[in-house]
Design a protein around this ligand. Structure first.
Ligand SMILES: NC(=O)c1ccc[n+]([C@@H]2O[C@H](COP(=O)([O-])OP(=O)(O)OC[C@H]3O[C@@H](n4cnc5c(N)ncnc54)[C@H](O)[C@@H]3O)[C@@H](O)[C@H]2O)c1
Length: 447
């Protein structure tokens, strides 16, 4: 099928590339000229495991191309996926201006039937606005439209694998034709009719569930899912606070809770809290959506408050240990909001660094993938070429992102490099007994 994907960010680039990989002919469109130029010269604008290889492969095969021209992309395609950003406005609502702009452009360009699929995370009822906008701005007699919601659940860091092996594919539609088109697009995934480019054997993955709903329910599934997961993280962080007060270990509490299949062990990790381009903004947007329809979502407001307070907790732990923060040198291991990505959006490390800078601390930082973006985001700190360089002369070391390679550092060398061997393990990730044996003062979160 001929497909246009609008927005070549973390979601759009993965979606477009993987749709090409399963046999569709895909044009990825973005209004960021530099991004398109980068992609057209064979380079990658983001880091995402397994993605680069697939982009090269499918460009070579001729079924994946990149363009700035949305009009052309839309005219050549029967199905158009909207994957543009929906960043938060000052008041927490999602900024839908990119979605609206793209919708208008599709309407103006359309010269035949188009199925417009919203994949960006949008407030419930956005589908209705998209449909109305398409009708209003359509100039060609032959322009006919359907709109569908197809929320995206991929996780940065394993987005490609998630595309090929999702738990579920949710589509919100209002007629059988739209359902049939989307089923056809995803058929290779639903029936495992493709050779997986990520795993040598996929037999252990169950086939995904194809859930068909109305458009509004599909839109709500995305916000409700992200809010629920965020609530799980804030819940265990609240438990971490209690653990510290009574001298219990949140890791053990989480383990005991997670063994109950009704609870599950995922997302019960106490630490610096959640970040990234989804949970913080989607939570705020959901609170605002609820407010608009007359429901005061206090539960989610508290989830957000607990999450923001994790940065205060970390600052106070450092203050307690170092006494005076002014002019102290603090080293950071990890900047990205989670491992296996270079995404710094709403990363707790960035929030914590900004707070410590306000306190007068000197910051040294290292991240295996996010340094290029970090230099632009926070130019005023020192970036080391490796963990040993950032540890040099530091009075505290904060583990902010659980990159697996940090487990294998030469901790004796790290210890020798630091002015004061104190570690704040912001993710309860490092090997505490080993670090203590080496001579570190170790502080975790909730233990
Ligand atoms: N990042 C994730 O893990 C994730 C997961 C699920 C859902 N989502 C949702 O998917 C959407 C996209 O997220 P992302 O992380 O890919 O964002 P992103 O910022 O990485 O990518 C968005 C892209 O859209 C482009 N764009 C903006 N306006 C445009 C326009 N008018 N025409 C063409 N291109 C335009 C931008 O240049 C950018 O490249 C958001 O709604 C997000 O909430 C993200």
């Amino acid at each position: 099928m001929n497909i246009c994907v609008v927005g070549t960010g973390y979601v759009g680039l993965v979606t477009g590339t993987c749709l090409a990989e399963i046999g569709h002919c895909v044009i990825c469109v973005d209004n960021d000229k530099q991004k398109i130029q980068t992609l057209n010269t064979g380079k990658m604008p983001i880091f995402e495991p397994d993605l680069e290889k697939l982009v090269h492969q499918n460009r070579k095969r001729g079924n994946l191309s990149f363009s700035e021209d949305l009009g052309q992309g839309a005219r050549k395609s029967e199905v158009i996926f909207i994957c543009v950003g929906t960043p938060p406005l000052e008041n927490g609502e999602a900024d839908l201006s990119p979605v609206e702009k793209v919708t208008r452009e599709i309407a103006v360009a359309a010269d035949s039937y188009k199925l417009v699929v919203e994949k960006s995370t949008v407030p419930v009822q956005t589908g209705e606005y998209i449909y109305r906008t398409l009708q209003i701005y359509c100039r060609e007699e032959n322009g006919r439209f359907d709109v569908a919601s197809n929320p995206e659940f991929l996780r940065e860091g394993s987005a490609v694998a998630d595309f090929f092996h999702p738990d579920r594919i949710v589509i919100g539609v209002n007629n059988r034709q739209t359902e049939a088109i989307l089923h056809q697009i995803y058929q290779p995934i639903l029936e495992r009719g493709f050779s997986c480019p990520v795993h040598s054997s996929c037999s252990s993955f169950p086939k995904p569930y194809f859930l068909v709903t109305d458009i509004k329910s599909a839109e709500l599934i995305k916000h409700a899912s992200n809010s629920f997961l965020a609530a799980k993280i804030s819940f265990i962080n609240a438990i971490a606070e209690i653990c510290e007060k009574v001298g219990a270990d949140v890791q053990k509490v989480a383990e005991g809770m997670g063994l109950d299949p009704r609870i599950g062990k995922e997302f019960l990790k106490a630490g610096l809290g959640f970040g990234g381009f989804c949970f913080p903004k989607d939570l705020q947007a959901f609170v605002r959506i609820a407010e608009k329809v007359g429901y005061d979502f206090t539960l989610m407001k508290e989830v957000e408050r607990i999450n923001k307070a994790r940065i205060d907790v970390a600052v106070e732990k450092l203050r307690k240990k170092l006494w005076v923060l002014r002019e102290k040198t603090i080293a950071f291991l990890g900047l990205a909001f989670k491992p296996q990505t270079d995404d710094l959006r709403f990363a707790p490390a960035i929030g914590l660094i900004r707070r410590l800078r306000q306190e007068g601390c000197n910051i040294r930082a290292f991240d295996p993938q996010a340094m290029e973006k970090a230099v632009i985001e926070i130019p005023e700190i020192f970036y080391g070429a490796n963990p040993y360089e950032v540890a040099a002369g530091a009075e505290a070391l904060v583990l902010a992102t659980e990159w697996p390679e940090f487990l294998d550092l030469d901790w004796l060398k790290m210890h020798r490099a630091m002015a004061r061997p104190f570690i704040l393990d912001g993710r309860n990730f490092l090997n505490r007994p080993l670090l203590m044996e080496v001579g570190f003062e170790y502080e975790g979160m909730g233990r």
